[in-house]
Design a protein around this ligand. Sequence first.
Ligand code: ADP
Ligand code: MG
Length: 403
Amino acid sequence: MTTETGATTGTDEPTTDPVAELTASFTELYGHAPEGIWAAPGRVNLIGEYTDFNDGFVMPLALPHTALAAVSRRTDGELRLHSTDVPGGVVQLRLDELAPHQGHGWAAYPAGVVWALREAGHPVTGADIQLSSTVPTGAGLSSSAALEVVTALALNDLFGLGLSLPELAVTGRRAENAFVGVPCGIMDQMASACCTEGHALYLDTRDLTRRQVPFDLSARGLRLLVVDTQVKHALGDGAYAERRAGCEAGAAALGVATLREVPYAALGEALATLAASGADESVVRYVRHVVGDNERVERVMALLDAGDARAVGPVLDAGHASLRDDLRVSCPELDLVVSAAGAAGALGARMTGGGFGGSAVVLVEEERAEQVAEAVRKAFAEAGHTAPRIFPAVPSAGARRLV
Ligand code: ADP
Ligand code: MG
């Protein structure tokens, strides 16, 4: 599904033309050619973690890894779904029988998008869809959002629905929340839909206002490495909901709708209020993380605007410390990436995504990239961990039609 690349090469370089390959595969599968092919990327979050369900700020960038969808319309109320990346045949569903929480495995993501569009009154009458993705799954790089967004965009174009990219992102999130049953925030779908090449996306998750922040790493002699630890600790499953509930309890104790309402300048006062109100010690830590990470997003944006990308490194380190010590969503493998990269001369590093495994990002001078990657691999080998997968995050384009 994904190809291995070294830390010093640019992007995945397919040996064949993926569009031609998917066109041929779709045609063989369904007996007719697709009407078009669309792409939507995975993403990695530079800074702003566990902030999106608090109406806060995030700053993701799109990866060169994408989900492709070959699609043609149907008029008979049938939905046929296939992924080149999972074993098994075509999943065939009736549109009028689609309902939340029916299972369907991986097919629930694209089926949920069709369901969400039809729920909102859009005239989707059926489709043949084949998906094929280079986004690593379950690595915290949003393979699920890529599937949702690429499906939504293709159907939007084919059925002339006239939805904007943010509206398609909202549709994808609704599919994941209500149909698949995963309580994710809006960051992943917005990143996949709205990122642009050479930029990180500053996103206010309260009202989806956003800005493209210049993040041309190679022009500045820098590299952002993604280190996929390839581990996923079971602990993570309930932890997201627990952190979410803790943040809501913190907001309630402070008398605000969400932690977004707490300005960084008022953090000390807020923590004192929480302590005095007898709030759980964990709630105090969660509030400190969320308010702090919102401020770190603002700080990173200011640094990038000022052309000082190197100074982002220490902010990443501070973000990791907060996720490890206050939110407590890191794990030994992620901590090891950060410490080994730092010891080998990286500018900064942090875990990214939900934690308990998944991936970390490492900001590094271009000429040191291979050396830092090697140091991380060596540290993993010495600790007896599975070898991590390391590749550069080249800020890439968001969702688009290819043909
Ligand atoms: P993440 O989004 O971080 O990669 P998730 O658990 O949210 O992790 O989503 C992963 C799930 O998305 C997979 O288990 C699978 O159901 C679905 N998925 C992702 N990519 C594909 C693909 N190429 N083909 C089929 N299903 C996929
Ligand atoms: Mg996901």
